[in-house]
Design a protein around this ligand. Sequence first.
Ligand SMILES: [Zn+2]
Length: 71
Amino acid sequence: MNGPNLQPRIATVVDLTCARRRVVCVCNHVIFDGIVIRSRVVRLLPRGGAEALCRCKAWVTVPVTYSESAS
Ligand SMILES: [Zn+2]
C-alpha cells in the first residue's frame, strides 16, 4: 500500500543525502559518497581531517573528523 505519508519521508531522505558532501577523485572515482569511504586505506592527518587512498594511488581528502578523548 502506498500511503500518502510515504512520499514525504522518501523526499526527506533524498534531501539529506544530497546535503552531504560527495568527494570525487581526479580519476572520476567517487571515493566518498557522503556516507561510505570507498577506499581500502584511510589515513588520519595530524592537523585534522583524513585522506583516502584511491585506486589510482592518489590521496584524496575526505571530510572525516577525528578526536582523541581528552584525558
Ligand atoms: Zn583516483
